[in-house]
Design a binder for this molecule. Structure first.
Ligand SMILES: [Zn+2]
Length: 513
């Protein structure tokens, strides 16, 4: 067995040199920000640099964000989580340059990102919103950055206990999702704690909901659903099921601010544990664990069912927190990897029936996409990801309808159900926000939600279900003329400085010597 080594502290001057080279003006079209942690005796801080300047960020004991400009202009000086609202402001200036962009909570989010001793990289490089990098897995629509639009997920509550206020100004955070679900299920704050009994990073939105008013709580995560476009389409009659939830509920126009990086598995985990990546340990979709000497591919159909292996020991999922408060309560987690503690879960099925390739081994049992009654535009099936998502989401709908099929077993229905749907991610990657394919993906998801609402209507139970609809991140459109890579610069700089490195993520730079 390999002896576990403490994380080698990289030479601060090496990090600074690397950051300066990566922030050079010739890379400015593709590099929005470079950030690295700085530790000294009295506090942890983060330096953020780009071609325009550098700033050092930290939090006071009271949690107040501090910005000390080191040179030039503060690259994350605008932090307004309500930036680019109303929506026409975003549409008028999509994928903005750094000077006009906004970065909510940069200190808190970056400090959490750099807080895992074994898994946080030494330095992170963040793409500009316009950067198009198909050679490294990029798409026409992208997310992952620190900026406000890629970090803005919807946050909509609806049903018993929620005021029918419609869309209102305000914002939440993705880490608020788990405590808010507990509050909706009537669980008091004394149970909103991690496995070590420490308070969560997020807080229950008690200002928006009466505790425990609905008999059943359903959390819906529409992967990558663009907050403002979702609310816009609902308001213009294009998403009738979301509009119905909105008519009986409250949506925050600033949505939920995702944790950094604004990528899928980091934020599914943040939503379902109520803590940021520095505590839950799922740093991204792909990251490196120095202690295990292992590259972890967390967001992959062959590994989703193993997610519990990556959660840090102190983490509690929303299902575990609910069970602590109400031992024996029934909970369900549909099509989400972060299922630990759920009574009923898709990934458990994968663990028991799939082979070593996990969900991939069960692909053959998914319903055929061509026959999906919820698919609006069959031509999107030429996109293989859209096709597969259509199958998975149809299977998700079947699973949730089965959970609530038999009213004579109502006493055994889940108190809390979480259903993750993914076609919205395929649509937004395929064309970027507001594209035909992105909007069609929202319409498809809306038809599935409509089928679920119709089912509760038939049972006469709609007014007993409280919904929370959110996502894991937002999206911005890349510009196909803005190409290039920081890799040659990084490579040359590391060679000159005599350090070896790994670039995971991409953009997570781990110095290996
Ligand atoms: Zn996602």
């Amino acid at each position: 067995m390999t002896a576990s080594l403490p994380r080698p502290e990289p030479d601060p001057s090496v990090l600074e040199s690397l950051a300066r080279e990566l922030a050079a003006p010739h890379l400015a079209p593709v590099v929005d920000l470079v950030a690295y942690p700085v530790k000294d005796a009295d506090r942890s801080s983060v330096v953020v640099r780009n071609a325009g300047g550098a700033v050092r960020l930290w939090l006071t004991d009271a949690g107040q964000e501090q910005h000390e400009v080191l040179t030039g202009r503060d690259p994350v000086g605008r932090t307004d989580p309500m930036a680019f609202l109303p929506y026409r402001l975003e549409q008028a200036d999509p994928s903005p340059d750094n000077e006009r962009n906004a970065y909510p909570d940069p200190a808190r989010r970056l400090l959490s990102f750099f807080a895992d001793a074994d898994r946080s990289p030494d330095l992170v490089v963040v793409h500009t919103p316009r950067h198009y990098f198909p050679e490294a897995g990029g798409h026409r629509g992208e997310h992952g950055s620190l900026d406000v639009i890629q970090s803005r997920a919807p946050f909509l509550l609806s049903g018993p206990g929620i005021e029918a206020a419609g869309a209102v100004a305000g914002h939440a955070r993705t880490v608020d999702v788990a405590p808010t679900l507990l509050h909706l299920a009537g669980v008091g704050e004394e149970f909103h704690r991690d496995g070590d009994g420490r308070p969560l990073d997020g807080r229950a939105r008690t200002d928006l909901a009466v505790a425990g008013a609905g008999q059943f709580v359903i959390g819906l995560l529409w992967d990558g659903a663009h907050c403002s476009d979702l609310l816009h389409l609902a308001a213009t009659g294009e998403l009738p099921a979301v509009a119905r939830l909105l008519a009986a509920g409250t949506a925050l126009t600033g949505g939920a601010v995702a944790e950094f990086p604004s990528v899928t598995l980091c934020n599914h985990t943040s939503a379902l544990t109520g803590v940021g990546p520095g505590r839950h340990g799922v740093l991204g979709n792909i990251f490196y664990d120095r202690r295990q000497e292992e590259r972890i591919l967390a967001n992959d159909e062959t590994t989703w069912h193993r997610s519990a292996e990556w959660l840090r020991p102190s983490v509690a999922t929303v299902f575990e927190m609910l069970d602590r408060a109400r031992p024996g309560v029934v909970t369900a987690c549909l099509n989400d990897p972060i299922d630990r503690g759920a009574t009923i879960s898709t990934m458990r099925l994968v663990r028991s029936q799939g082979g070593e390739n996990g969900a991939r081994d069960l692909a053959a049992v998914l319903p055929p996409a061509e026959r999906s009654p919820y698919l609006g535009q069959p031509s999107h099936l030429t996109n293989r990801y859209y096709r597969w998502c259509t199958q998975v989401d149809d299977a998700g709908l079947t699973q949730i309808l089965e959970l609530f099929a038999d009213p004579t077993r109502k006493a055994h229905w889940p108190r809390l159900t979480w259903w993750s749907a993914i076609v919205t991610d395929a649509g937004h990657h395929g064309g970027g926000p507001r594209s035909l394919v992105a909007r069609d993906s929202l319409r498809d998801a809306d038809r599935r939600l409509g089928a679920l609402l119709a089912h509760f209507d038939r049972l006469g139970l709609t007014d007993q279900v409280t919904f929370l609809l959110t996502a894991d991140h937002g999206f911005e459109a890349a510009d196909e003329t803005v190409t290039g890579s920081w890799a040659p610069t990084l490579d040359a700089a590391c060679r000159r400085l005599g350090v070896a490195y790994r670039d995971e993520g991409p953009g997570f730079i781990y110095l290996t010597r």
